[in-house]
Design a protein around this ligand. Structure first.
Ligand code: AP5
Ligand code: MG
Length: 220
């Protein structure tokens, strides 16, 4: 990270299923910054069977949060990399007040304050519907939805031909727990960022392209 005025250090906030991953891919491409998803980092580690994956698996499977110290170390290392010089878009981090405070400290120490926190809002019933219908490519990670964004050929990724799967934490009971964990541990971040005037509330309802248009207009 280095100082500059046109850099974008952004966070995508919102409950499970709000469309953070879907929109983050598009926003990162638009502003030429890396998309850093802590959930994707954990799922990749679990797939590769690394020490981190072994530690994280029980939390992801139950919908609980991975301990703050584990997550903050990973993010601190990741945002030091050269590709983060023009900025970054964090997806799924921070998720607790201690994580937000660590991020603020790192950014302040580097003279790069957060540019915007994009808070995607979606009605709870719609979240459950989206998550139960989500399918993900096991090779490239592309997201689909059997209701709103189906692949051209059932079970096959349009982009790379990889096999689509349903995330283990997209089972009904785990979804309910993830939504409660969000309410109890992550929702307080909305007030935290609002107090420092970094929050941009965006409705995550409607077509994916419409949500993207709203984000672009809001962050400039
Ligand atoms: P993570 O992977 O971050 O999961 P999440 O927050 O539960 O969010 P999701 O990825 O489920 O939803 P999303 O908002 O990205 O929506 P998406 O774009 O896919 O975290 C997983 C786990 O990792 C956590 O439970 C925790 O254990 C651990 N973890 C991660 N970060 C952590 C942290 N910082 N601290 C501690 N633990 C951490 O969209 C959902 C579906 O809806 C898709 O099918 C999509 O196609 C569809 N869709 C998207 N937009 C629309 C639209 N506008 N209209 C209709 N459908 C849409
Ligand atoms: Mg996601």
């Amino acid at each position: 990270m280095t100082k500059s005025e046109r850099k974008r250090f952004m966070v995508m906030l919102g409950p499970p299923g709000a469309g953070k991953g879907t929109q983050a891919v598009k926003v990162a491409k638009r502003y030429l910054i890396p998309h850093i998803s802590t959930g994707d980092i954990f799922r990749a580690a679990i797939k590769e069977g690394t020490e981190l994956g072994r530690k994280a698996k029980q939390y992801l499977d139950s919908g609980e949060l991975v301990p703050d110290s584990v997550v903050t170390d990973i993010v601190a290392e990741r945002i030091k990399k050269n590709d983060c010089a023009p900025g970054f878009l964090l997806d799924g981090f921070p998720r607790t007040l201690p994580q937000a405070e660590v991020l603020d400290t790192i950014l302040r120490d580097n003279g790069c304050p957060l540019t915007a926190v994009i808070n995607l809002t979606v009605d709870r019933e719609a979240l459950v519907k989206r998550l139960t219908a989500r399918r993900t490519c096991s090779d490239c990670g592309e997201n689909y939805n059997i209701m709103s964004k189906p692949p051209k050929k059932e079970g096959v990724c349009d982009k790379c031909g990889g096999k689509l799967y349903q995330r283990d934490d997209d089972k009904r009971e785990t979804i309910e727990n993830r939504l409660s964990v969000y309410e109890n541990q992550t929702a307080p971040l909305v007030a935290y960022y609002q107090r420092s005037q970094r929050l941009v509330n965006i409705s995550g309802e409607g077509a994916i392209e419409d949500v993207f248009g709203r984000i672009c207009r809001a962050v400039g």
